[in-house]
Design a protein around this ligand. Structure first.
Ligand code: PLP
Length: 416
């Protein structure tokens, strides 16, 4: 059975009791009372699992964490205020001044800014490399890179990594391997492919409704033997490895969440849990629709980019390694900024917004929005041209989507 088929509607209902309230319970309290001084001590020592202060987690978020860990086959998860919160939490928990982080492939603008502008302020050096440049990857790993970060599908360049191959290299060279799986929940399962941590912006398709900003880091269990986190380069983390299988959760919480406070709020976690109920159905629909829309537009001569199309550089990889699709994105090359604007403004169906993975179909001109402050060289690396429009296919009829986009394209091309 397909992974998403198995989980259909099961996701939230497989955690907790079926008795009592059917919808997830929202517990908005910031603080939690303790039964006694002894209990307070035990909770703070991690010997009793009860909420103690919402910056370190609340019961609604704890349910979401359990559901996401089940979905991913992980040992646990930590939910955060946003996807950027999850990425910042992971990188700041594991890295310290003098470390290097290798970013492989295409990156969402926020992630690119985090590793290229913000982390260097704290002494963490970024290295960039193409998804297929294994020589560069290997060299960087041999030189002691601490963490490797990859998006399961490049946003917006739609390049596809070979996650298993990169995981093997990371394991061989004892580097932490983090996969941002925001666009491909259920269809890509990075922990099963050898990743250590899977990051989500749950704001996207995990929720689907654009009503809740959120993020999560889902992590593998720490092994008793042959554990790469016991390597010398992770020595600052070694005391926390005593926490056993769930030690990565302790690392994330004690080295980042506690001090930076990128914590999820209960209402946001509640809304995310509502989205998860229908995630398997939406994932299937969107991944089928995006291929149909790409094909219909391509056949009409629209300059559309998607790995399901033969001309895409990762078409064969898509067929071999992404049998259930690679998420809701496709992109159009309109040639110029003016034509891209004319296209977006002519569409009656698109919602123009910076989000992706929504139930509605979304569109955005990349160079004038998310990437507006980026240097030309950085835009070139990330595949952002003046005419690039990113589209995120929603749940509408794929034929209706394609008809609208084609009409808008024709209007834009006539406008010159
Ligand atoms: N990762 C990817 C792939 C994204 O597309 C985004 C947002 O667009 C993020 C991370 C950041 O997520 P958030 O906006 O929830 O902070």
């Amino acid at each position: 059975m397909k992974h998403f088929e198995y989980f259909s509607t099961l996701l939230p209902q497989m955690v907790g009791s079926k008795e009592g309230a059917v919808a997830p319970e929202v517990v908005p309290s910031a603080a939690f009372g303790y039964a006694s001084a002894q209990e307070a001590e035990a909770i703070f020592a991690g010997e009793v699992a009860k909420p103690f202060y919402a910056r370190m987690g609340n019961p609604t978020g704890a349910k979401l964490e359990k559901v996401l860990a089940k979905m991913e086959g992980g040992a646990g998860a930590v939910v955060t205020a946003s996807g950027m919160g999850a990425l910042s939490m992971v990188l700041s928990a594991f890295c310290e001044s003098g470390d290097r982080v290798l970013c492989v492939g295409g990156f969402f603008g926020g992630t690119y800014a985090l590793v290229n502008e913000t982390l260097p302020r704290f002494g963490v050096e970024p290295l960039l490399c193409d998804v297929d440049d294994y020589d560069r990857m290997e060299k960087a790993l041999q030189e002691g890179v601490k963490a490797v970060l990859v998006e399961s599908v490049g946003n917006p360049n739609l390049k596809l990594p070979d996650i298993r191959r990169i995981a093997l290299l990371c394991n061989e060279h004892e580097a932490l391997f983090v996969v941002d799986n925001t666009l491909t929940p259920l269809v890509v399962q990075p922990l099963k492919m050898g990743a250590d941590i899977v990051v989500y912006s749950t704001t996207k398709i995990v929720s689907g409704h654009s009503a809740a900003l959120g993020g999560a880091a889902v992590f593998r269990g720490v092994a008793e033997e042959g554990e790469k986190l016991r390597a010398a380069k992770f020595s600052a983390l070694h005391p926390l490895l005593q926490k056993g299988r769930g030690a990565i959760g302790a690392i994330l919480k004690k080295r980042a969440l506690r001090d930076f406070g990128m914590s999820a709020n209960a209402f946001g976690s509640f809304l995310t849990l509502l989205g998860l109920e229908t995630l398997p159905l939406r994932v299937r629909r969107v991944n089928e629709s995006v291929e149909k829309v790409a094909r219909l537009l391509h056949d009409e001569g629209v300059k559309v980019r998607h790995p399901s199309l033969e001309g895409h550089e990762h078409h064969l990889r898509y067929e071999a390694l992404f049998p259930d699709g690679c998420g809701p994105l496709l992109s159009l090359e309109c040639g110029t900024k003016e034509r891209a604007f004319a296209f977006l403004n002519a569409s009656k169906l698109l919602t123009q917004t910076a989000n992706v993975g929504d139930n509605r179909t979304l569109g955005l001109h990349m160079a004038s929005t998310i990437y507006r402050d980026f240097e030309e060289l950085d835009k070139k690396i990330l595949g952002v041209t003046d005419g690039l429009v990113r589209l995120s296919v929603g749940l509408e009829s794929p034929v209706a989507i394609a008809e609208d986009l084609l009409a808008a394209w024709q209007t834009a091309m006539r406008a010159g």
